[in-house]
Design a protein around this ligand. Structure first.
Ligand code: ADP
Ligand code: MG
Ligand code: MG
Length: 882
């Protein structure tokens, strides 16, 4: 018989896959902190959930019995019985997947209360208010979670009760009000479901466990998993745990605490709590919480204990912790711990401090950083010199600054983003339904909630700047207005421009200039460690001196791809380029090229200066020539008009049209481009090589030019092109292999298969994984990303776009093959990659294992690639196969 249930006392942190993050955390805390710190309970495994889903939502054989036995053990341990009319045992039923999915899965508190057992709770606690408050919460959560009754139905009833009694806080409702409210809630339950609220605790438990399992397959959970790339077949565990009560009065409360400041990473613990409340009040952001530092004045012993526990947990997990706790009548209980999700600045600061404090080695510290979040460190902030009027201030919940037009719903944010407009999502508070809007918005602003609110958590997770709990503003969602109290007050409407600074926590309507972020001391330290560890080089893709300089500042060790076509697109070059393409004879073409040569040389001079002393890979002309001419339908229409108007330039236009028709192709992506151009029009490549080599000669500190031939399929293509380059080199008095090298871009499947033959004529390969992905998969990127990739992800044919993370078994295999075969034939062949994948941490890990020498990515991804490359080295010190 399979084992579906584990008591907390039997689990550990190494059983995360089976018990989920929360369950394994509870078990570990029970071991490390002692059983008296963690309310007892048990975990129903993630495997039980997976079976339940597979069997059409039926509990696996034996699960019900094992749960019943575990309940009996819990009853013996606590000396209370579920549903007892004298002294009832109450439990919480909590979800808990392998990876935390904040707020996405369901939890029910105070289970076991009924019309009868509530009397028992009144008797044993002597606290009638508390007992009824707990019961009404249970009906509310159970109704919402198990039967899908909208939360607002209950919230509205609470509001009505408060206004009827003329009080503002939930905590001001007295016993009678709470009794009445419980009845109202049960009436709502009957009205909405047609059933009476279940009074039998085993039935309550059975339904709640099912509801938690079901929440794994709920819409918002699925959407969250998609965004965060969490597999659908993991399932969630269910934790059943004896309740402790934060709502028992003035010496009780609930909160969340981080072992270090969760926004900045500073060594002081941080967090929020609410006196006389249960945990969901803190997280929902409905009441505005207090800082945990205030616990010191309130319950000094609890404060000291909490700090000590945070330190213990951090040392034990060797990572910054994010915990949940409850204080029941002056006794502290820990209810959750996990590695803290944190914004980049906190992640970086923690890594640096952890090494200083000798908590972690450099390698361990680096491994705690999620490189994909580092983007945020390169976010802009408000210009510190700028003068502006502060409209409102709030909690600096997620760093970075953003500007945009006000929108009030996730749907509006998504619509605006689709049209390419920048928006700030403004909500009183947020919940799971708003998550898509976070993705679409440049920043988030809420009027309620603290650092641990949903809005803050999600914004930090996504690297969106956020200001929360800006209580000087009143948001009216129906009227779509923001009313601002205070000196700079007024009313804002949908579409009005605002700016938020999530690093400082302020909001303004002024057009404050934003300044680009710079690499601070801590970030610099971490990057230096990464450089010491990594074996993979990091270069940048850059076509302009500005990009090259910026990338170099960010640590690029050269240019992995300079696309020369962009240089011809500049306004003063276009007419000359056109003249070249229009030329009828080779001679005429050469004349036009002669005019382009000095301009092209200048371009390279700028680039080489910025990259003095470093390798610069320059790709010779790659795109089909028609890209430099007007597009055919426009031109045809233009000619048509000119004919009717018998305009003067008709002749010229006709010639242009003829040429455009001549070179236009059905499928230019697979047409006359890349080295095919160089073979048809060698004079173009000759001119480019002259320009590159002359610029190199002119440089004060010469770079290492690497001349790259694109789109090679056959060894004779590269053979011919190498001959051409070397010929020019001879004319310039430069020696191949010393003053410059010649290589190719590997971006066609055939090239990977015959890499040994190609390698005979190449000093280096650079895998062009954008085109390689297109040609290996037969996907045209611009078409497929919007058309069928989303459906493919939904139907689980693929789990992400192959243009974002390299398709390891397919395209990745071609890369491995090309690298291996190429190096067999040509030991010392230099290998790099210059597709977009060069900035994607997961792909970088793959390239490291494939044995490449370097990755090349856009300038702003360079720091991310440096960290990712170091992490790849730490996890796979010998490269190899996955
Ligand atoms: P989530 O995953 O959404 O954070 P949890 O299962 O952690 O949901 O429950 C939310 C909150 O409910 C917890 O932070 C805690 O304050 C409260 N809670 C859960 N179980 C108990 C318990 N046994 N006793 C007291 N409070 C509890
Ligand atoms: Mg929790
Ligand atoms: Mg290409």
């Amino acid at each position: 018989m399979s084992r579906w249930v584990y008591d907390f006392a039997d689990g550990s942190k190494d059983m995360r896959e089976l018990l989920g993050g929360k369950g394994s955390g509870m078990a570990e805390m029970t071991r490390v902190l002692g059983a008296e710190r963690v309310p007892a309970g048990f975990t129903i495994t993630t495997e039980a959930c997976v079976q339940y889903m597979r069997n059409d939502r039926t509990e696996p054989d034996g699960m019900a019995d094992q749960v019943a036995e575990a309940i009996t053990r819990l009853e013996e341990h606590s000396g209370k019985r579920l549903g007892d009319t004298e002294d009832p045992l109450l439990v919480s039923v909590r979800s808990g997947a392998r990876e935390s999915m904040p707020g996405m899965l369901d939890t029910v508190l105070n289970l076991g209360l009924s019309d009868e057992s509530v009397q028992g709770l009144v008797r044993t606690t002597g606290n009638e208010r508390f007992a009824w408050d707990s019961y009404r919460r249970f009906v509310q959560m159970f109704g919402n979670v198990s039967r899908g009754i909208a939360g607002e139905r209950f919230e509205d009833a609470i509001k009505a009760a408060k206004s009827q009694r003329d009080v503002t806080e939930d905590t001001d409702l007295d016993v009678d009000a709470l009794k009445e409210l419980t009845q109202t809630f049960k009436d709502i339950y009957r009205e909405e479901t047609g059933d009476d609220f279940p009074q039998d605790p085993s039935e309550q438990l059975r339904l709640s466990i099912r509801a938690v399992f079901d929440s794994w397959a709920g819409e918002r959970a699925i959407a969250y998993r998609r965004l965060n790339r969490i597999p659908d077949d993991w399932g969630t565990a269910v934790n059943v745990q004896q309740m402790v009560f934060g709502n028992k009065g003035d010496t009780s409360g609930s909160g969340v605490a981080f072992s270090r400041d969760e926004v900045t990473g500073a060594p002081e613990p941080s967090g929020d709590f609410l006196p006389n409340a249960q945990g969901e009040d803190v997280v929902s952001g409905v009441r505005t919480p207090r800082d945990i530092a205030e616990i010191r004045d309130w319950l000094p012993e609890v404060h000291a204990e909490l700090l000590e526990i945070l330190g213990t947990l951090e040392r034990h997990y060797r990572n910054m912790q994010d915990t949940e706790f409850t204080v029941e009548e002056g006794r502290l209980y820990m209810l959750q711990t996990r590695n803290a999700k944190r914004p980049a600045q906190a992640a970086v600061r923690f890594a640096v401090d952890a090494v200083k404090e000798q908590l972690l080695s450099r390698e361990e510290a680096l491994a705690t950083i999620d490189p994909s979040t580092l983007d945020a460190l390169l976010h802009p902030t408000f210009d510190p010199q700028a003068d502006f009027n502060v409209l409102a201030t709030g909690v600096a919940a997620s760093p970075g600054a953003a500007k945009g037009a006000v929108v009030f719903s996730a749907a509006d944010a998504v619509a605006a983003a689709d049209e390419g407009r920048d928006v700030i999502l403004v909500r009183p508070f947020t919940d799971a339904e708003d998550v898509a809007g976070f993705h679409a918005a440049k920043g988030i602003l809420t009027s309620e909630g603290g650092k641990a609110s949903h809005a803050a958590l999600v914004a930090r997770g996504m690297g969106r700047p956020a200001v929360v709990g800006a209580d000087a503003i009143v948001i009216d969602l129906a009227a779509k207005t923001i009313t601002v109290n205070g000196a700079n007050g007024g009313v804002l409407h949908e579409g009005d421009q605002i700016a938020i600074d999530g690093t400082k926590g302020c909001v303004t309507v002024d057009d404050v200039p934003l300044v680009e972020a710079h690499v601070d001391e801590n970030f610099d330290q971490v990057l230096t460690w990464a450089d010491e560890i990594r074996t993979l080089g990091v270069r940048t893709n850059a076509d302009t001196p500005e990009d090259a300089r910026r990338a170099r500042q960010l640590g690029a060790e050269g240019i992995g791809l300079c696309r020369t076509e962009h240089m011809f697109m500049a306004e003063d070059r276009q007419p000359k380029m056109r003249a070249m393409i229009m030329a009828n004879t080779r001679e005429a073409r050469k004349e036009a090229l002669a005019e382009l040569l000095p301009l092209q040389q200048e371009d390279f001079e700028g680039l080489f200066e910025a990259m003095a002393g470093l390798p610069v890979t320059v790709r010779l002309l790659d795109p089909p020539l028609h890209e430099f001419l007007p597009n055919l339908p426009d031109l045809a229409a233009h000619v048509e008009r000119a004919r009717i108007e018998v305009s003067d330039d008709l002749d010229d236009l006709e010639i242009l049209l003829e040429r455009v028709q001549e070179i236009s192709e059905e499928n230019p992506m697979l047409g006359t481009r890349g080295c095919r151009l160089g073979i048809l029009y060698p004079e173009i490549y000759e001119m480019q090589v002259h320009a590159i080599l002359r610029a190199a000669k002119a440089a004060e500190e010469p770079p290492h030019p690497e001349i790259m031939i694109p789109l090679v399929n056959y060894e004779h293509e590269i053979e011919l092109m190498r001959e051409l380059v070397v010929g020019v080199g001879d004319q310039e008095g430069l020696t191949v292999g010393e003053d410059y090298t010649v290589g190719t871009m590997i971006e066609l499947p055939r090239a990977c298969f015959v890499a040994d033959r190609i390698a005979a004529f190449a000093d280096f390969f650079s895998f062009g994984t954008n085109d390689l992905t297109q040609t290996a998969l037969g996907f045209s990127r611009d078409d497929v990303e919007s058309k069928f990739v989303p459906t493919y992800m939904e139907r689980k044919i693929i789990d992400r776009s192959p243009f974002e993370t390299i398709d390891k078994p397919g395209v990745g295999w071609l890369v491995r093959l090309g690298a291996w075969v190429g190096r067999e034939a040509h030991p010392g062949l230099k290998l790099g990659i210059c597709g977009e994948h060069g900035g994607d941490p997961e792909s970088i890990e793959f390239f490291h294992m494939a044995g490449l020498d370097y990755v090349s990515c856009s300038p702003f991804r360079v720091p991310i690639a440096r960290i990712a490359a170091a992490q790849a080295q730490i996890t796979h010190p010998h490269g190899g196969w996955e």
